[in-house]
Design a protein around this ligand. Structure first.
Ligand SMILES: NC(=O)c1ccc[n+]([C@@H]2O[C@H](COP(=O)([O-])OP(=O)(O)OC[C@H]3O[C@@H](n4cnc5c(N)ncnc54)[C@H](OP(=O)(O)O)[C@@H]3O)[C@@H](O)[C@H]2O)c1
Length: 308
């Protein structure tokens, strides 16, 4: 089968379109014919060798953890799925290997769910990693109805879901983004503020007593202002800055595959509560270009690679 793979750590120039053996379904695994696979910044950190102490890579690595497609083979004990099911998954395994940027991929059943019926495969592939990250981070931070919530990186892949889920939970959301994304944030349900030197002044207008929750989906300098903007009883959570836990007494979150959470997201999407924003689509052979675009750091929503 065709797949994107690399045999050494490096930049996008190590990515090759290549022929690889077909995947086999393990006992608790299904083989999915890939219609679409979304890309994420973490794929590039892994390819650069920056997570070598966290996740073992087995070369050649096929990158990608997000997938939407059709089950074409089932394992010995996968009662959750049948051949022909349309599924989506955050198909992260224990080692980095056999990813989703391929014609077919083995997907652990615990990482998959039936795809939202209202979405195309391209849209569905855009959901798992970022949607789960947003949901699990807001849950860890304890976001609830009536909270004043500040979300950093609100227009990105994770932020787009985070704003909509927090709003759905009944929170009042202020989101940071560049000015070009402010109308977009309003459409998602957030009050937009620009990140940078005037952030504290502009954001505190919405929460003079401090924010109940500060959620960092951007990293970098985002949490520098957390102490100034947080209410005395507030909580911080970040997916990109360990200071949230080490210095601010909050949470540093790493998304986990979770089929039940995928079913929750599918329900909210099919109910029309969550919109899925596609920034760009690329065919499999242009995956390297897709990663270069993502590395620009200003994607609105998700970049998706289409396969079948
Ligand atoms: N720990 C985990 O489990 C986990 C899971 C997913 C992602 N992550 C990490 O979280 C980060 C975001 O992921 P993503 O997929 O959402 O990335 P992404 O889609 O590339 O996000 C890009 C967004 O970040 C915004 N942005 C850039 N600089 C910003 C700043 N200084 N303040 C606020 N917003 C800023 C951009 O908005 P503008 O264009 O308006 O500037 C753009 O919309 C990455 O570092 C990723 O590796 C971690």
């Amino acid at each position: 089968m065709k797949a994107i793979a690399y045999s050494s750590f490096g930049d996008t120039d190590v990515l090759n379109l290549t022929e690889l053996p077909e995947p086999h379904p393990g006992p608790d695994t299904v083989v999915v014919e890939v219609h679409a696979a979304a890309i994420n910044p973490v794929d590039s950190y892994i390819r650069g060798g920056h997570l070598a102490g966290v996740l073992d890579a087995h070369f050649p690595v096929v990158p990608g953890w997000d997938v939407a497609g059709v089950v074409v083979q089932v394992g010995l004990d996968t009662p959750e799925f049948s051949v022909g099911d349309e599924v989506y998954a955050y198909a992260r395994k224990d080692v980095v290997s056999g990813g989703t940027l391929a014609e077919r991929v083995a997907v652990p059943a615990r990482t998959a769910a039936l795809k939202p019926r209202s979405l195309s495969f391209t849209q569905a592939a855009a959901v798992p990693l970022t949607g789960l990250t947003a949901l699990q981070t807001l849950r860890r931070a304890g976001v609830e109805a009536g909270d004043q919530v500040l979300i950093h990186g609100a227009a990105g892949g994770v932020g787009t879901f985070g704003v909509q889920i927090a709003t759905h939970l009944g929170a009042h959301v202020v989101g940071t983004a560049s000015a070009a994304n402010h109308d977009y944030l309003c459409d998602l349900g957030a009050e937009p503020v620009e990140y940078g030197e005037h952030l504290v002044e502009h954001a505190s207008v919405y929460a003079p007593e401090g924010f109940d929750r500060i959620i960092d989906f951007a990293g970098g300098a985002s949490l520098d202002s957390a102490a100034a903007l947080l209410s005395p009883t507030g909580t911080v959570a970040s997916i990109a800055d360990p200071r949230a836990a080490t210095e601010l007494g909050g949470h540093y979150v790493w998304v986990r595959p979770d089929a039940e959470d995928l079913r929750t997201l599918a329900q909210w999407i099919d109910d029309g509560r969550i919109h899925v924003e596609i920034a760009a689509e690329y065919p499999l052979e242009r995956t390297a270009e897709a990663y270069r675009t993502l590395a620009g750091g200003h994607t609105r929503g998700k970049i998706v690679v289409t396969v079948h």
